[in-house]
Design a protein around this ligand. Structure first.
Ligand code: 5GP
Ligand code: MN
Length: 345
């Protein structure tokens, strides 16, 4: 059985908003990951099944390893079709904001969504949601937004309506946000939910393979290069730093999502509990931070890179050079020395 973490009052409000809405839009965060796309498609297939008019809009492209999911072809990339995305948002009666807590996370879509007259429902698991939605379902203790979507559908009494495509998407989001159930995954109800999703006919082993065994050769070589040539270990801080310049990514013909998972790799090393990955992007340095145990990499992201996220997985954006970003990171390490030395893997 699922414990009831969302109140009946909130569920009634969702029911009411769905009843009175004709045009629904789902938006999720920039550089969408498995949970962003999984939660969006999980909800999309559920709503479509009931005859709703629904569009998913993403701020930019998402990785190829998610494209096997049913419905991905229908997802609108606002970077490619900005006018159409703006129109759909303006015409929507109801907007679901999935897997993000602050408007900044949807980049160029923020002003349209915040300014739209549509009712807005946030379903998310990042700490400190800001106040731009009519209804906020925010549960940082839950490891994925996809799990929250599953719960919402169940609390609405509609588990029976959930189809296989929805179940596959939800499972994908739950799996990717927990590193295939290797972190943030000690809640017993996760495994109850997986059992329920299996009843919908999903093939969890196939999903694992579709997501994690579909890398290109060049991506794999870039990973090897990053670890062998671009990793610096700060032993006294139990910390690792990896970085990739634009030129290096180009050399390996890097595509969207090809560096996904890199930030986690140095955590495989004994005693390393904190890793920062800096990737040179078009107009900024994208920073990914990962930690183990109770080291708050979201605090580090907030302090140094105007970012945020979860305790063990966070990110930020830095507008400057790679060298400057590295200097900021190295200057901040001593402040965290005690925490870094005392945190357990
Ligand atoms: P990733 O490193 O995979 O891009 O992001 C890991 C997590 O960090 C995301 O799930 C999100 O919670 C958070 N995150 C990533 N980038 C940013 C950012 O630029 N700003 C904020 N506030 N959070 C971010
Ligand atoms: Mn998530």
């Amino acid at each position: 059985m699922l414990s009831k973490i969302i109140s009946s009052h909130t569920i009634s409000k969702i029911e009411h908003l769905l009843d009175e809405s004709e045009k629904i839009v789902i938006v999720t965060h920039v550089s969408p990951d498995g949970d962003a796309i999984g939660s969006s498609l999980g909800l999309y297939h559920y709503l479509i099944e009931q005859g709703n008019d629904v569009n998913i809009i993403v701020p930019n492209a998402f990785p190829d390893f998610l494209k096997w999911m049913k419905g991905t072809k229908e997802i609108l990339d606002a970077e490619k079709y900005p006018d159409y995305a703006q129109r759909l948002i303006e015409e929507a009666d109801l907007i679901f904001c999935l897997d993000f807590n602050i408007p900044k996370r949807i980049h160029q879509l923020a002003s349209y969504v915040v300014g739209s007259n549509a009712k807005k429902i946030m379903i998310d698991h990042h700490p400190d949601p800001s106040d731009f939605c009519n209804l906020v379902i925010s549960h940082p203790e839950i490891s994925s937004t996809s799990e929250l979507v599953f719960r919402v559908i169940c609390y609405l009494g509609d588990f029976e309506i959930m189809n296989k495509a929805s179940a596959e998407a939800i499972y994908t989001g739950m799996m990717t946000d927990t590193g295939a159930f290797t972190y943030n995954s000690n809640n017993a109800e996760i495994y109850y939910i997986i059992g329920e999703l299996l009843k919908k006919g999903i093939n969890k082993d196939q999903i694992y393979s579709d997501v994690y065994h579909s890398y290109s050769e060049s991506r794999f070589r870039m990973m090897g290069y990053t670890l062998s040539e671009k990793m610096k270990i700060y032993s006294e801080y139990n910390t690792a730093l990896i970085n990739l310049t634009k030129e290096e990514q180009k050399r390996f013909n890097a595509k969207k999502g090809d560096t996904e998972g890199f930030a986690n790799l140095p955590l495989n090393i004994q005693n390393i509990i904190f890793c920062v990955f800096m990737r040179e992007d078009n107009d900024m340095i994208k920073i990914s931070l990962r930690s183990q145990g109770d080291f708050p990499c979201n605090k580090f992201a907030e302090q140094c890179f105007n970012g945020g996220g979860h305790l063990n997985a966070s990110g930020g954006e830095f507008f400057g050079t790679l060298e400057e970003a590295i200097t900021i990171f190295e200057n901040a390490l001593p402040e965290y020395k005690i925490l870094l030395r005392n945190s357990k893997k």
